[in-house]
Design a protein around this ligand. Structure first.
Ligand code: DHB
Ligand code: MG
Length: 218
C-alpha cells in the first residue's frame, strides 16, 4: 500500500507555512526576538501550529483557556486571538525573563487584558485551581517530565467537550527509538500509550511540527 502521508521536506514545510498560516508582522517580530535567545528558541511553537490553535479556539467558541508553558508568548497570542474580547487565558511559566518578553508582545497585540500570566510551577498553579470554573481549551507544553501530572490536572479542569492540545508528542522522532534519550522522551512515550487507551477522551494525534495530540474530554 502506498504511504498515507506526505513526508515534509524543508521546501514543502515552507509551502505549508506560506499557505496555511497567516503569520503577521507582530508574530514575525516576536519569533525574531525569541531567536536571539539562542537554541532555546526551539521551544517556540511553529507558525502553522499557531494558526491551528487560533482556529480551534475560535471553532469551539472557547471563552476560558489554559496554557502550560508561556515561554515568550507566541502560543498565548495565538490562543488569545481565538478568544472573544471578554475571554480569558491563564498562562503559566516559571521564567521571569521570558515572561517579560511575552508581556510586551501581549500589549502590542492588544490581548494583554485577556491573558493572566501566572509565574510559578504550573503543577502548583493547576492544583490550586477549583474544578468549578472549567476551561474550554488547554495547551500542554512546559516541563516534559511533568506531562503525566499536567495531563491529569488538565482533564480535571476541562469541561466535558473541552479540547486539549499536547505539544511535542513525537519528541523529534525519538518516541519510536528502542531506548529514548532522556526522561522527557520516556514520559512522552508513556503518556502517548496512556492517552490512546484513555476512554475518558476522544483522541487524534497530528503530525504538525513536533507532533501534537488533540484530546476531547467526554
Ligand atoms: C523542547 C521543548 C518544547 O516544548 C518544544 O516545543 C521543542 C523542544 C525541548 O525541550 O527541547
Ligand atoms: Mg513545545
Amino acid at each position: 500500500m502506498a504511504n498515507k502521508f506526505t513526508a515534509l521536506t524543508p521546501e514543502l514545510h515552507d509551502y505549508v507555512v506560506e499557505h496555511g498560516a497567516r503569520q503577521d508582522e507582530l508574530l514575525r517580530r516576536l519569533a525574531a526576538e525569541t531567536a536571539e535567545l539562542g537554541g532555546i528558541a526551539i521551544m517556540q511553537i511553529a507558525p502553522e501550529q499557531g494558526a491551528l490553535m487560533t482556529l480551534l479556539v475560535r471553532a469551539i467558541g472557547a471563552r476560558r483557556a489554559l496554557e502550560l508553558g508561556t515561554f515568550t508568548g507566541y502560543s498565548a497570542i495565538c490562543i488569545a486571538r481565538g478568544l472573544p474580547d471578554d475571554g480569558r487565558l491563564v498562562s503559566c511559566d516559571v521564567n521571569e525573563e521570558w515572561a517579560g518578553i511575552a508581556r510586551r508582545y501581549f500589549e502590542q497585540a492588544g490581548v494583554a487584558e485577556r491573558i493572566d500570566l501566572r509565574l510559578g510551577p504550573a503543577l502548583e498553579t493547576l492544583r490550586a485551581m477549583p474544578a468549578d470554573e472549567p476551561f474550554d481549551f488547554a495547551f500542554i507544553d512546559a516541563d516534559k517530565v511533568a506531562y503525566l501530572d499536567y495531563y491529569e490536572q488538565t482533564l480535571r479542569l476541562l469541561r466535558p467537550g473541552g479540547l486539549a492540545m499536547i505539544d511535542n508528542v513525537l519528541r523529534g522522532g525519538r518516541v519510536t527509538e528502542p531506548d529514548p534519550g532522556d526522561e522527557g522522551d520516556r514520559v512522552l512515550v508513556e503518556l502517548n500509550e496512556r492517552i490512546v487507551a484513555d476512554q475518558r477522551v476522544d483522541v487524534a494525534m497530528v503530525a504538525v511540527s513536533d507532533g501534537i495530540t488533540l484530546v476531547l474530554k467526554r
